[in-house]
Design a binder for this molecule. Structure first.
Ligand SMILES: [Zn+2]
Length: 100
């Protein structure tokens, strides 16, 4: 939410050479919001996590256009019964996406 991760858009602003595209889908400029919320690969991953854990209240396909702040608020305050577990799951999943 503080936009401190070194995504392509941020590297570009600092003058560091990069291809500018999301390394997962290679179709859109990489920003933190795209990478963690809007990328089709991330949405697919969240769909798998949703199915795996039976999180029926989670709807990753409806995240298009959300800001990272709105997305995080929905994840932390949404209809998921165990908020602490959901916060941990969100952090773990976003960490894995970032590492990829
Ligand atoms: Zn992407």
């Amino acid at each position: 939410m503080q936009n401190r991760l070194w995504t392509a858009d941020r590297l570009e602003k600092r003058g560091f050479p990069n291809c500018g595209l999301c390394p997962l889908c290679k179709q859109t400029t990489e920003s933190i919001t795209h990478l963690l919320v809007n990328c089709r690969f991330t949405i697919r991953l969240w769909g798998l996590v949703k199915d795996w854990l039976g999180l029926h209240a989670l709807h990753p396909t409806q995240w298009t256009g959300l800001t990272i702040k709105t997305w995080w608020s929905r994840m932390a305050e949404g209809p998921i019964p165990n908020r602490k577990a959901m916060a941990s799951l969100t952090l773990l999943t976003t960490w894995e996406v970032w590492n990829e």
